[in-house]
Design a protein. Structure first.
Length: 172
């Protein structure tokens, strides 16, 4: 029994080592993670503002595909040859299309994407503030202060409360 247990344990350890070797080989054969410290600052600025054409829905900076790695390397070479980030982005978008721009332009119709959300947030805060001010009974927005009840009003209130107490008294 013990011999069988030792054999199964040895086989599982050997399989574990094989699985680790396969995983290591797979990692080395695919593109490595993007090392942003070894990249020119202009290239990093350009890479941070582009979607990956090779990994749908991922930024170019985190795209694990070999095509993404080659594109990052070519952007780095462009930056080291003297191009600035905006020029590199425009060249990439000319090749791949405007849909790979990760952030909208700040001028023209794209500028609306920068200005409408903060304006909507401020307007929403004003609306919520006005609602809360009215809800809490703060006397703003031209509402007059209520007048205190007169002696006649207080007498009517006492009579109404007495009638209510009489009606609610149990009959047993």
């Amino acid at each position: 029994m013990h011999v069988l247990l030792v054999a199964v344990l040895a086989a599982s350890v050997a399989d574990g080592a094989t699985a680790r070797q396969v995983a290591s080989a797979e990692r080395s054969s695919t593109a490595q993670a993007f090392d942003s410290t070894a990249v020119h600052p202009e290239a990093r600025a350009a890479i941070d503002r582009l979607w990956s054409p090779y990994c749908p829905g991922m930024m170019l900076e985190v795209c694990p595909s070999p095509g993404g790695a080659m594109l990052r390397d070519s952007i780095d070479r462009m930056a080291r040859s003297g191009l600035d980030a905006d020029s590199i982005i425009e060249l990439m978008l000319a090749d791949y299309g405007e849909e790979y721009r990760a952030e909208p332009r700040s001028e023209g119709v794209g500028g609306l994407a920068w200005y409408i959300p903060p304006a909507a947030l401020v307007a929403g805060l004003v609306v919520v503030g006005a609602f809360l001010a009215r809800r809490r009974g703060l006397r703003r927005f031209g509402r007059p202060d209520p007048t205190p009840p007169t002696d006649a009003d207080q007498e009517r209130l006492r009579e109404a409360m007495a009638r209510l107490d009489e009606e609610e008294r149990p009959d047993f």
